[in-house]
Design a protein around this ligand. Sequence first.
Ligand code: DGL
Length: 284
Amino acid sequence: MPSQNNTETKIAISKRDNLQQMHSDDPIGIFDSGVGGLSITQCIQQQLPHENLLYVADTLNAPYGEKSAQFIQQRVNEIAQWFIEQKVKAIVVACNTATVNAIDQLRKNISIPVIGVEPAIKPAAHSSKNKKVAILVTKATAENQRFLSLVAQYRNNSDVTIQPCPGLVELIEQDKKASIECQQMLSGYLLPLIAQGVDTIVLGCTHYPLVKALISEICGDGVLIMETAQPVTEQLQRQLTLHQLSNTSKDLGTTSFYSSKHSESQQALFSHIWQRPLQLKHYP
Ligand code: DGL
């Protein structure tokens, strides 16, 4: 079976996850299969500027959207283990595909706050005027039972079209956001949705906000595009407050970037998306 949604990978995450051992100036670990999670990290950095952030891109294994649930769970657990070794106080799974496939088993294994990315189905169903909503996702998310249950639970009588977008993450990872290829691919996914009358589109993959301008251009003004960086940041803030882990330092926090595929082109891609030069380190 290619997609093993209910399979739980046996893991051995070490138990440095006692909340008593956490300090407010410990970093927050954020990860994604690649650069997609930077869209969430930017929002976190802007709104929680005193927090120290560690960002991991598992680029060597991107795209997660084409991988089995078992593989995704294994990678999520390995990255979580590394974060715990770095003494993080919370983990943000800045990836929809990893959230739906692996967050439940991860939460069972560690007790520090783990924040995931839930697609904005509920607000989209409320905002849509004609009750026609589409959600753009990876293949692994589209096939995931947890995700399908969320859609069923929150669709609120809206007609929800689940649109997988294979190939799009790869183009974004190759820094081909502005290419004709990317424009044609997105038009192929979006124009049938527009023809069908969809007035609200949910970006259900953290890579997709990186091509939001292109999506808006193809869809036109009448279509509302919804993303999740803001609710994820608010949920992180709530969890930090709840556990008295918000960084009270007056200094600005630091952000460190790691990738499992370290190269000059990766560093250039990260700097381009982050909109300032940065030092990309090798993960692990
Ligand atoms: N950014 C990811 C997500 O939110 C993963 C994309 C991928 O690696 O396929 O789903």
